[in-house]
Each structure stands twice: as C-alpha cells, then as structure tokens.
Design a protein around this ligand. Structure first.
Ligand code: GCW
Length: 703
C-alpha cells in the first residue's frame, strides 16, 4: 500500500534550550545548531505534514521521532499539519523501492527537496535516523544520494543480565531490566535504550543471561518480557530470551529434558504457543548448552544438533530462530582447549535445521585482548555461523579502561579464513556471501547497565556504537564510525576535542594489548573476576582455567606449541592459513606465543629476543597510556567539566593499572626465566609476592 507523507516545516523562531551534555543521552543528545548553519544548510526543512498510518507502530514512531528531533536540531517548532506546500521532505514507502533488502533505505535530495524511500516502515525508521544523524553532525544533505542496506540480518545485543539485576561481566551498574517491577512499571530507560539501538541499526536483543535461569520462561516472566517487547517493537527491535535447556524439568516437573522425549517435546510445544500468544513477534532463543555446567542434550547422549533442532522445530511455524552457542569446552577431554569447540561442532555441519544459527565467539579460547580467529569460521559451509563479539570489557580493562574495541572488531572481521581455497574473510562468512546463507547474524555481549551514562566509562558508549554500525555494515571504516560517535557525543566542541577523542579510540586497542598480553600471551588474567593480571594462576581445578596452561613459561622457554609438532590446533585452519602460522618465521609476532613455544632468547623479526621485545612492549603500553592521559588533559575546559573529570579519573586509574599489569607480569616472567632486564629498564618496584597478594573481593561483574 502506498502512502506518502509530505513533510513541510514552517520557519518559526523559538529559543530552544541547548542540549546540556551529561552522558545519559549517548550519541543522541541533539543540540540546536547555530542560526547560520540552519540558514545555510537546512532552511528548506520546515514542518511536518503527514497522514499518520494508524496501525503501523514503527511508522508512527518514525514521524514522532522526526518531529521531536528536528524541533531541537533546527531550533523551531516542527508541527504535523494536514496540507503540503512547496519545499518538502518526502517519506515514501513502496515495496518495490530499488532495494534488495526490506530494512534498507534510499535518501535522495536536490536543492529544493529531500526524499527517504524504503520498502517497509523499518527502512523508513533507519532512513530517518540516518538523516537526523547527518543533520546532527552538520553534514550536507543537499544533492545527496545514499543507499543503505544492512549486510547482516540479525544485529543483536546479548545481555548477560540476571533476573536479580546483577550483570555477569557487567561494569556499568545493575541490569536496566527491572524484572521485579515489570510489566507494570515501564522505566523510561527501556524506550531510550530502544531508541539508541535503532539509531545504530540493532534490530534484536537477548535480555537474559546465557547462564540461563528457567524462570524467564515462567508465565509471569513472559508477561514481563512481553511488556519490554511492546516498547521495543515500535523501534523495529525484536526480543529474544535465553532458554535453559532443562526448563521442562525445572518449570514443568518432568523427569528429563531429553530432546527426543515426547513429554519434553510436548512441554516445549505448549511453551512456544504461550510465548507467541504473549509476544507475536518473539525472535526466538539463545542457548548455552553443555558448557560451563549448563544443562544440554549431551546429558542425554544427544548432540548439539538434536537439542537445537528440537527447539527450532517448535519455533519454525512462528518464524522463530535458535541461536546455539559454540562456546563449549569439556573438562573430560584432555586436549588443547583451542580445538574443543571445533571438534564438537564441525562434524555436525549441515545437520542443523535451517532456522538454527551457530553463535561463535571471535576466538577459540575466550574474548582475549587479541585472539586468532576461531577455526570454526570457514569450516562449516552448510551451517549459518553468527559472530559473537564482546562489547563489555571482561578481559580488556572492565569498567575502568578506555580501549576502543572497533579496531579489534575490524581485525577479526577482516581476517581471511581462506574457505573454498580463496580469500574469504570472516565478514564474508558472517554476511552469508561465502556460503549463501539466508540467515545471518552478529551479536555483541552488552556493556550496558544502570550507570547514568549507560556504560560506566563514557568511552564505553563508543564500543556499543561501533558494534551496531559494524553489524549493519561490517565493511565500514572504523575511523568513520568513531568520527560519527565523537561528533555526536561532543557536539559543539572544537576540533581539538574531536581529534583527541578520535585518537584515543583508534590507538587504545594496540595499547591495551601492549600492557596486558603482548606477543600472543593470553588468558593470564586474575582468577574469578578476571580483574588485573594473574600469570601465576595455576591452582584452579581445571587445567585450562589456569594461566600457566596457556603461557607454559619455563626457565628457558615460553609459549604454547600449537603447531603440527605440538597440539596441532593449527591444523584446524585452512592449509593456506596453517602454513602462515605453522612457521615461526612467517607467523605474525602478534600471535607468536599463541602457536609457538620458543626460547626466551629467540630472535624475533624486530631483532630483539622474546624477553627484550616483551619488556619493550609492556613498557610501550604503559607510556602510551601516559600519553593518552596527557592528551586528554589538554581538552580541559573545552568540554563540560563533569564529562571531562569522569574520563580523566578513569584515565588516571588506567595509567596506574597499565603499570600494574606491566610490573606484575614482568616480575612473574622474570622470576621464571631469570632473564636480565635490558639496560636502562626499571625492574618492577615490588617483589612478586606483593603482586600475588593483591585481592579485589568487590571487583564488579563477578559475585
Ligand atoms: O568469558 C566467559 C565468562 C563467563 C561467561 C562465559 C560465556 C556467561 O567468564 O562469565 O558466562 O564466558 O561466554 O558463556
């Protein structure tokens, strides 16, 4: 059906209160532009004339957003009027718009008019939000032709949020989802959360922890979830829940959760019917099964495919999907953990139902600062694989460090898996172009909480923003993405502020790797809360929970031999990739200790020994954080004091903690190797036992 809304605005002059930047508004703190900017660039935007389309909540919400945000941006009242005059912004919805995707949009304009076309109201919403972003950043909107279509179908946040409002690996306060007061109390945050997600193209959210609690499927909790779904729906966002695999036992009192048991199947049938009566557009389930103590089909001698397919079959008629996580490692199996998920899932390739996605972390171990890409990518051509990235910084400074994750996300996405014997990056695997997947997805483990600025550290907002923009288009340049965030977050600030903020975001990833885990060191964090260094950890009951399992430092050597001469994990990769990593002279230094066990005195490409290069990288990381802090000091007085001080305080912590990481790790590795510190390099100021003695009983995200 075709309907046209003509948007006309009258020029009124109103003294609109300027947006006061405080962090809560995220990148959506629209501020009124100077009159000269409005006059020169946006004068043809006047007020809205629209025929509201009453039964499409997304369309009506789009009009409401345009009306309120244009009012602020242009400093004049934007009204919905019933007639059309010259000069116009046209929102055109027609199913045959020249787009290959129902969420895409086209924005075209000349000097007199501007038009947004889309096939659906979601496309219009994304187009409207894109246009508002352009105006907010004072970009040109005349004589433009923009065509945008999302490259990935499912663009989701995963919240490791518990129903008691604690957040596993969360560093921004409690969960924003107040299950106790839902469905009656609808916190304003739910709408603001949905608005922020829609503005970066996120179209789905899993609101409960993967270490699932069966209660989320209980009828009263489904009513609570339905209330959230009602808020999200008008922003084009679907709600998903985590399904605890033995819910039929815990909720239904059934004696088993065997996916082939008729009573279990009947329980899930009834549960799906109940869910879809309450939430007609329910997205489906995210499942963590037979991993870290979670129940699953293997408890009954069944496979991951048996478990996923049983749920998928029940969801199929409702267009629901199952996202089944490949984050599994099994302590009964005595082999390199690097290989375990691959060995469990690759043999099941092609055995999953067509509404099942396998959700795979970017790396084979566990969200380390730098990790080679998971070998499953490129190894399951018959199964849609979705990428799971971590936005919350469990292993990268948690709530106190400024570490722009965008460069890491891009490094993962651009890695060549060499599937089908040609270049095939993770982007091409994930967006379906390598294997022709219909169903595609990217998920980000959220860093959001009740913190006033949502992410605790202000720059954590940039990670959320970058994830959303990359899920929409994984090929986007990360500098472009961060530039958008900086301009939207520090509106009206001068170029010096934008330059510093952008520089911090683009450089801090490598800096973090330098002061935490250079040269392929990995999994050397403290136990439990994972806050701070713990390369000495070797007392945990599982060998592969201990830091020493990963670095294997001894008097003369360090590193994990995963070459064909060692655990042979390297053979899980395509021969083209394997050859690169297997040879220590071609293996990139950034991965060298992931794949090779080498003498401390081994000479690297830099001409330095492993030990000397490691010391240099740790020291470089510390000095890079010191420089970050100095640069931020230079913007004092150029932005709001509240924002400036919050970031400055966190940078002071980060500088201290980078030094701590450097001192603790070098102290430990020195104690093992006996290697001498290079001339002029200060040894750690404290003895090793001091660093080992530090305890942080109230480090967040872990209880
Ligand atoms: O990184 C580990 C975390 C766990 C998390 C697990 C997972 C939700 O330490 O807290 O559990 O990964 O991804 O399931």
């Amino acid at each position: 059906m075709r309907y046209i809304v003509w948007m006309l605005v009258f020029l009124f002059w109103l003294n609109v209160k300027p947006y006061c930047q405080n962090g809560y508004d995220l990148w959506l703190g629209y501020t009124t532009h100077e009159k000269s900017v409005i006059k020169s660039q946006y004068a043809f935007i006047q007020s809205i004339s629209a025929l509201p389309f009453s039964n499409d909540p997304v369309y009506n919400n789009t009009l409401k957003i345009l009306e309120s945000k244009l009012t602020v941006l242009l400093g004049k009242p934007i009204h919905v009027v019933e007639y059309v005059k010259k000069n116009q912004l046209v929102l055109q919805l027609h199913p045959t718009a020249k787009l290959d995707n129902e969420e895409g949009f086209i924005i075209t304009s000349d000097l007199q008019s501007i038009k947004i076309e889309a096939q659906t109201s979601r496309g219009l919403l994304y187009g409207a939000l894109h246009l508002l972003g352009l105006i907010q950043r004072k970009e040109n909107i005349r004589n433009i032709h923009i065509t945008e279509t999302p490259k990935v179908k499912l663009r989701l946040l995963n919240h490791w949020d518990n129903t008691d409002r604690t957040v596993e690996r969360g560093y921004a306060g409690f969960s924003i989802f107040n299950w106790h007061e839902l469905p009656d109390y609808l916190d304003k945050r739910y709408e603001d959360y949905a608005s922020a997600n829609a503005s970066i193209g996120i179209n789905g959210t899993v609101v409960t922890n993967v270490n699932a609690n069966a209660i989320v499927l209980r009828s009263d909790y489904l009513d609570k979830a339905a209330a959230l779904a009602n808020v999200f729906r008008k922003f084009g966002i679907k709600i998903f829940l985590t399904a605890r695999f033995n819910a039929p036992m815990e909720l239904g009192g059934i004696k088993t959760a065997d996916p082939l048991n008729p009573e279990v199947i009947a329980w899930w049938n009834n549960k799906m019917e109940e869910i879809y009566q309450k939430i007609p557009d329910f997205g489906g389930f995210l499942v963590k099964a037979n991993s870290e103590g979670q129940p699953g089909p293997q408890d009954y001698g069944r496979t991951h495919a048996d478990g996923a397919n049983m749920l998928a079959k029940r969801l199929k008629k409702y267009n629901g999907i199952v996202m089944w996580r490949a984050f599994v490692y099994n302590h009964q199996v005595n082999e390199d953990r690097y290989k375990q998920a691959y060995n469990e899932f690759v043999p099941l390739d092609g055995k999953f139902a067509d509404n099942v996605l396998i959700q795979v972390k970017n790396g084979p171990i566990d969200f380390q600062p730098r990790e080679p890409v998971h070998p499953i990518f490129g190894a399951m051509p018959k199964t849609p694989l979705m990428l799971e990235l971590q936005i919350t910084k469990e292993y990268m400074g948690q709530g106190t460090h400024l570490v722009g994750l965008g460069p890491m996300f891009k490094e993962v996405l651009q890695t060549d898996t060499h599937a089908n014997d040609v270049t095939n990056t993770v982007v091409q695997i994930v967006d379906g172009s390598t294997n022709g997947y219909e169903l595609t997805g990217m998920a980000g483990v959220s860093n959001i909480g009740t913190s006033f600025n949502w992410t605790g550290h202000l720059f954590g907002q940039a990670d959320w923003y970058a994830f959303g923009r990359l899920a929409w288009n994984p090929n986007l340049d990360i500098k472009t993405i961060y530039d958008e965030w900086v301009k939207a977050t520090f509106p009206g600030a001068n170029r010096a502020v934008h330059k510093v903020a952008l520089g911090l975001l683009l450089s801090s990833y490598e800096t973090c790797v330098n002061y935490m885990t250079p040269l392929g060191l990995h999994h050397i964090m403290a136990e439990g809360h994972h806050y701070g260094p713990g390369p000495w950890v070797d007392s945990l009951k599982r060998e592969d929970w201990n830091a020493v399992y990963y670095h294997r430092a001894s008097k003369d050597s360090i590193g994990f031999d995963r070459t064909t001469r060692g655990s042979d994990a390297i053979s899980l990769y395509h021969p083209f990739v394997r050859a690169l990593y297997d040879n220590k002279s071609t293996c990139p230094d950034k991965y060298i200790l992931w794949f090779h066990r080498l003498p401390w005195t081994h000479t690297l490409k830099s001409g330095k020994s492993i030990w000397d290069e490691m010391v240099l990288r740790y020291d470089t990381g510390v000095s890079q954080v010191r420089e970050m802090n100095r640069q931020w000091g230079g913007v004092k007085g150029m932005i709001g004091d509240e924002i400036y001080e919050s970031v400055k305080n966190h940078l002071n912590i980060q500088e201290r903690e980078a030094q701590w990481w450097r001192d603790a790790c070098l102290s430990y590795f020195h104690s093992i190797s006996g290697m001498k510190f290079p001339d002029g390099v200060a040894p750690p100021p404290h003895p090793l036992k001091y660093y080992k003695s530090l305890s942080f009983p109230y480090s967040p995200g872990w209880w």
